[in-house]
Write a protein that binds this ligand. Sequence first.
Ligand SMILES: [Zn+2]
Length: 324
Amino acid sequence: MAYSESVYERAKKELEKRRATAQAERDLRHSNLILNHPEIVELEKQMANASLELIRSAAQGKKVEIQRLKQQSLDAQAKRREIVVSEGYPEDYLDIPYSCKKCEDTGFIDGRMCDCFEKTLKAISYADLCKISPVKKSGFEDFKIELYPSDLDEHGVSPRKQMNDIATYCINYANDFSLSSPSLLFSGKTGLGKTHLSLAIADKVIDKGYNLIYGSAQNLLNKVENEHFGRGDSKTETLDKMLDCDLLILDDLGAEFSTQFTVATIYNIINSRMLTSLPTIISTNLNPQELEDRYTERVTSRIISSYIPLMFCGKDIRQIKKNI
Ligand SMILES: [Zn+2]
């Protein structure tokens, strides 16, 4: 799966750190042991010599000599192991205690990426998500469908049934997510679970190894604006990420402070991601007319024509939760 270069670099550094820590831990164990058992140094010299001699003898094809050297090395190893065990340590105490024994914290096994590297990439990606929008983790399992009224509302719709359909759609969307997944438009009033389901999708999609940007429109646009006007560290980092990430989740579109710059940026983001066929999820409290009033017909028609609309309904869940 494609991760951004920055995530990749940080994961590599993290593995390097693990490797160095493991090596340092091994050195510490070793130096403590030889304080009481200096004979270990002599045994290790024998092991090293045997290895060197082995290479030489192998090159010369001296079979008997090879056998003798192998035995010499094994004997020295066994003696060292005895000392380690006599001190009450496990046999492998002097091996380097790598976090991942499979790849010895290099992240690769025979040129293939090891699981531990993949896991580290995901963890960093998720940490990025939390940094951009420090919200608590939400999953599909804590989406409470029973909080939605089952009685028909004024439009003849049962909010519980509708929301159950939406939640099921979102679960399938997250499970089957790929770069060719459609874009979604979550609309409906505040407190109906739009953020919750967006985060639940985010959680699953990150688990699948995709890189994702999640944030409120307000936060993300602020960052883009600061960078654009030279008030951030980088000129276009946030905008670039928003244009390139595998999934962009723009929460609460319409709540941001609207300027010509934000309207143009929203258009740029929606249009560019449409052209590169990358999925986007937008959630908003605004109805289509309000969207048009705010972002012009050009932006709105793009959303309406290419996003799958999911209409959230019911009563403010946060209010209901408070009253339980
Ligand atoms: Zn590994």
